[in-house]
Design a protein around this ligand. Structure first.
Ligand SMILES: [Zn+2]
Length: 284
């Protein structure tokens, strides 16, 4: 058995794209094009946990002539200018992964001020034109991804307290326009997904049964059952889907078996934790 969600497996996916009829377009170029390109793949990376880790993947991509869209959070461990500079210089798009409603604890005016301030850093340094909200934030700003963080959440799971933040970062767009901020758009909201096959690795699985929040309105998705990266490689080889959108979090893609295993256990707890919460909510 070969493991899925490894650096090697990601390399196989992008090599299959490089050998195919598909062309990879950035989120910005896709949104800005009046006539949407055919045989197009959009590859978006949300950088949630580790900026340095992205670099090896960014190099793999650019070596194959593939340029993708990276969304960085504006927090100390992610907003690292030297690293982001390198990714930008490889030809990738740099976007702003905002979480201002969470940071402002629900205060909308504060959130907008913060958005302007943080966005201006991205615009000044990397000509950022697109943004996307960071979701799945946990209470007390614990990042529920790594095993050590998941362990902290177990008492909360058992005490029936919700571990998910109630603030949705997307809410700021109810009263504001992208153009007010010199932005082209949002990696979710500015894209019509009806004709796009949307595939996301959230929870280290391509399978849609693990995604409760990470969903789009696609007419193509119901026609396909994708459960592994090999399924994606086959699909790219066939070339029958006109437009594909891949959301890839590299923190899920590991180099060593030990790293792979500890991440896997964390995701099992996370998935089952979610199940428990949803069940408890239903009972209330
Ligand atoms: Zn995120």
């Amino acid at each position: 058995m070969t493991l899925d969600f490894t650096l090697k497996k990601y390399q196989q996916i992008i090599e299959s794209i490089a050998d195919s009829k598909y062309k990879v377009v950035t989120v910005k170029d896709y949104i800005e094009s009046d006539i949407k390109p055919s045989n197009a793949i959009i590859i978006r990376h949300d950088v949630d946990l580790d900026a340095d880790y992205q670099l090896q993947f960014a190099r793999l991509e650019s070596d194959l002539g593939i340029h993708t869209s990276y969304y960085f959070r504006h927090i100390e461990k992610i907003y690292k200018q030297p690293i982001i500079n390198q990714i930008y210089e490889l030809g990738h798009e740099v976007g702003y992964h905002y979480e201002v409603i969470t940071k402002a604890k629900g205060d909308k005016n504060k959130a907008i001020d913060l958005f302007k301030k943080e966005l201006s850093d991205f615009q000044r340094n990397w000509h950022t034109k697109t943004v996307c909200p960071h979701g799945g934030s946990f209470v007390e700003n614990v990042d529920g991804y790594a095993l050590k963080d998941i362990v902290k959440l177990i008492p909360k799971l058992l005490s029936k307290t919700s571990v998910f933040s109630n603030w949705t970062n997307f809410n700021i767009w109810k009263e504001n326009k992208f153009s007010d901020f010199k932005l082209t758009g949002d990696a979710y909201d500015s894209i019509d997904f009806s004709g796009i096959l949307y595939l996301s690795d959230t929870g280290r699985s391509w399978d849609k049964k693990y995604k409760r929040l990470d969903k789009v309105e696609s007419l193509i998705n119901p026609q396909y059952h994708i459960s592994s990266s090999n399924d994606i490689i086959k699909l790219i080889g066939k070339g029958e889907v006109d437009k594909i959108y891949l959301l890839v979090h590299f923190e899920q893609w590991k180099n060593t078996f030990l790293d792979w295993l500890s991440w896997y256990i964390a995701q099992l707890i996370r998935r089952n934790g979610k199940k428990i919460i949803f069940k408890l909510k239903m009972k209330k």
